[in-house]
Design a protein around this ligand. Structure first.
Ligand code: AHR
Length: 511
């Protein structure tokens, strides 16, 4: 008896069987207005732990198979995701990064200390040329985070010149000396990162003035158009957004927002893989709270920018757990089915606010926080979060469809939240894509989807689930959480009838 009670407490040990709930979803397939910005599916790569070194970059002489220094396994996996935009070099690292340390012959590059992330030696072998060449290989838009905290206006201005100037300018000449004739294109430029914290501990008023100076001298060379992004708020800091919008709202094309699904900043953040049901439900609720946070920042932006010219860029989000025991790589954490839910719920929310949310960047792409990919020397494994991004990628550039939903609630700390999360879009070919998450760890959901007048002839789908919500992939067992064909969807008179198992994420394509 005691044994059984204990088993119900541990998420890993129980599979409560066949309890069923019913839900109803209405998709207004003829009322889509806003295109889902593809940049919502963006990624972030910082000089932190083994994200860059070891995770992406191994150098040309490495025994790990690589293309010009970028490891092939990671490159190929990332290509599958069609990453629309990649943020670099930080994060906190960005405000201590001096780009000139990372150009020219590798043996002459400065060796510095990465003060933000464990005091490790940074040899600068991955710098501007390596980043922009990576973006070309991945066919992704670069998003550069400039140094406002400890760098000069001149330094940032010259970086933009080095990257984008086609003419006979000093920095263009330097770029040519370093082997790159043609300029790259640079659209997204972050003017500082977390300037309220690791980026300089500034007040929003002081940062606004600095934003004016730094952004003034970032010039648009030879037809290159910059999209300048102000260093925005963390979580619930609405005053920061208000001050920036009031003072420099007419000078920014975007303002950022960081929101982590994290217990707090002091003490333990909890294990990535060992958690109980209460902790699981808490995570779902905390993740969903981002909707309210986004709405409140948008309300402030609407006040100062009623024409919706400035984008909200959620350029850091995701789960943050304790570093994996035994790992020496900073912020390296495992990634379970619980993390997959955080990705699925967040992306469903971002799709909904695409009118204002112009970009998001999950933190981070390899080996750091809620990563797509984990590596260890030559080994590589795809995480459950990777699979969510792959299942959702068809939303990019499609038109978001409005939705009504009636479903059960779950409860965490006396706060209710929906057991089912959903998003739908229609692409240029008329294909409707529906992404659904049944967060309930115990109950399957029988869902009727009403599609109004939209006629469906065929449905196909993919499901991501696992025996328990704390299941995860390892190098030895890489397919514990892996996508499979979803068969429980039937075309009905009004649309679709589907049965989604407990703790499952489903993506459907309707034609
Ligand atoms: O993503 C890890 C860190 O979190 C980033 O460097 C910083 O911007 C944020 O605090």
């Amino acid at each position: 008896m005691k044994k059984l009670f204990l088993a119900t407490l541990l998420m890993g040990s129980v599979t409560l069987s066949a309890q069923t709930s019913t839900s109803k979803i209405t998709i207004h397939a003829d009322q889509g207005k806003n295109v889902i910005n593809k940049e919502i599916y963006g990624q972030f790569a910082e000089h932190l732990g083994t994200c860059i070194y070891g995770g992406i970059w191994v150098g040309e002489n490495s025994p790990i198979p690589n293309t010009k220094g970028y490891r092939n396994d990671v490159l190929n996996a990332l290509k599958q995701l069609h990453i629309p935009v990649l943020r670099w070099p930080g994060g906190c690292f960005a405000d201590e990064y001096h780009w000139m340390d990372g150009i020219g012959p590798k043996e002459k590059r400065a060796k510095i200390v990465n003060n933000n992330w464990g005091g490790v030696v940074e040899d600068n072998s991955f710098g501007t040329n390596e980043f922009f060449n990576l973006c070309e290989l991945l066919e992704t838009e670069p998003y550069l985070s400039g140094n406002v905290g400890s760098g000069s206006v001149e330094e940032m201005a010259k970086w933009v010149e080095y990257i984008t100037s086609a003419g006979d300018s000093p920095m263009a000449r330097l770029r040519r000396q370093n082997g790159r004739e043609k300029p790259w294109k640079l659209k997204y430029l972050g003017v500082g990162n977390e300037s309220w914290g690791c980026g300089g501990n500034m007040t929003p008023e002081y940062y606004s003035d600095l934003y004016r100076r730094y952004s003034t001298y970032c010039r648009e060379y030879d037809g290159n158009k910059l999209f300048k992004i102000g260093s925005g708020a963390s979580d619930y800091d609405y005053k920061w957004t208000e001050t920036l919008m009031k003072n420099v709202g007419d000078r920014m094309q975007g303002v950022s927002l960081h929101y982590y699904t994290v217990k707090g900043w002091d003490g333990s953040k909890g294990s990535a893989t060992k958690f109980n049901k209460d902790e699981y439900l808490w995570t779902m609720h905390k993740c969903l709270e981002i909707e309210d946070v986004v709405k409140k920042h948008i309300a402030i932006m609407d006040k100062y920018d009623p024409k919706n010219k400035v984008g909200l860029m959620v350029d850091e989000w995701g789960t943050w757990w304790d570093q994996e025991p035994g790992s020496t790589s900073a912020l390296y954490q495992q990634n379970s089915m619980r993390d997959a839910f955080v990705a699925a719920l967040s992306l469903n929310i971002f799709n909904k606010y695409t009118e204002r949310v112009k970009m998001t960047n999950i933190a981070q792409v390899v080996n750091v926080l809620q990563a797509m990919i984990l590596t260890d020397g030559p080994k590589m494994v795809l995480t459950p979060t990777y699979h969510v991004f792959e299942m959702y990628k068809g939303h990019m550039g499609a038109t978001n469809l409005p939705i009504d939903i009636q479903c059960d609630s779950l409860v965490s700390n006396n706060k209710k939240f929906a057991a089912v999360s959903v998003s739908a879009s229609k692409d240029a070919k008329g294909l409707i894509r529906v992404t659904l998450a049944n967060v309930d760890p115990d109950k399957e959901q029988k869902i009727e989807i009403d599609l109004g007048n939209a006629k469906i002839a065929k449905v196909s789908g993919t499901i991501l689930t696992a025996k328990t919500v704390d299941a995860y992939n390892t190098f030895e067992n890489p397919n514990v959480v892996a996508p499979a064909v979803f068969k429980d969807a039937k075309v009905s008179k009004k649309g679709l009838s589907i049965t989604v198992p407990a703790k499952a994420i489903v993506s459907l394509e309707l034609l």
